[in-house]
Ligand binder design. Structure first.
Ligand code: HEM
Length: 207
């Protein structure tokens, strides 16, 4: 459970920073929200700050839509049944492909695009009642760490964006930005993410 809890959250954070690193406009919008809501000189950021950061919450949701760390959710048929014309005998192992569902063009416009705004006016949460978006699974065996995991991710991402500006390493470009995946306990980046962290200096523009 310890590995399941830490690897999922750290992997998602790496994907969030990857998506923001290759989308400077979305990064700027997220940072603007963090700076405007929190104001200057904050050394401690609390949960009561995080609930006000709607765009950050959408960035995390959009990251989990494109990169659900547990992409195959296991189940076992408790009885003989038929699904979409396929006979499934009792005891069959079934894997629900969460990543295929959350990128299905039947439910999502331009599904491969990283666009946090798509969550703006729709009440899609993690509860597992919206089957087109199930990064934490659904039903009785749904993830027990939804609240904790989402708070940790929002808190960490907010701290990253509040305190630092992020740039590509010298010599690399947005065109060649690597987004390849590695399948393991969680679907993580194949190669470590490399970004330059530059401490944020407050000026009139960031207030
Ligand atoms: C990005 C963060 C996380 C994601 C995306 C995630 C995702 C998932 C998924 C997809 C499942 C399977 C659900 C199902 O079968 O329907 C699961 C199960 C579980 N998760 Fe998470 N998880 C995350 C973080 C955490 C954290 C932080 C904890 C604990 C502090 C945790 C504890 C558990 C436990 C105990 C289960 C097994 C539940 C059961 O089988 O009854 N998870 N998680």
């Amino acid at each position: 459970m310890f590995a399941g809890a830490t690897e999922t959250t750290s992997t998602t954070l790496a994907w969030a920073m990857s998506e923001l690193g290759r989308s400077p406009e979305i990064m700027a919008k997220a940072q603007q929200e963090v700076w405007e809501v929190l104001g200057e000189g904050r050394s401690v950021i609390t949960n009561s700050d995080i609930v006000k950061l709607h765009y950050i919450q959408m960035v995390i949701k959009e990251t989990l839509r494109l990169h659900p760390p547990i992409s195959l959710i296991p189940r076992s048929a408790r009885e003989d049944c038929t699904v979409m014309g396929y006979d499934i005998p009792k005891g069959t192992n079934i894997y629900i492909n969460a990543v295929a569902i959350s990128q299905d063009p039947k439910y999502w416009d331009n599904p491969r695009e990283f666009r946090p705004e798509r969550f703006e006016n729709i009440n899609l949460n993690y509860n597992g009642t919206y089957f087109e978006f199930i990064p934490f699974g659904a039903g009785r065996r749904q993830c027990l760490g939804i609240q904790f995991g989402s708070s940790v991710m929002e808190m960490a991402l907010t701290n990253f964006l509040y305190h630092f500006n992020w740039r590509l390493p010298d010599g690399s470009s947005l065109v060649s930005f690597d987004m390849s995946e590695k399948f393991g306990l969680a679907v993580s980046r194949r190669y470590d993410l490399q970004l330059r962290a530059i401490p944020h200096v407050w000026s009139k523009t960031s207030k």
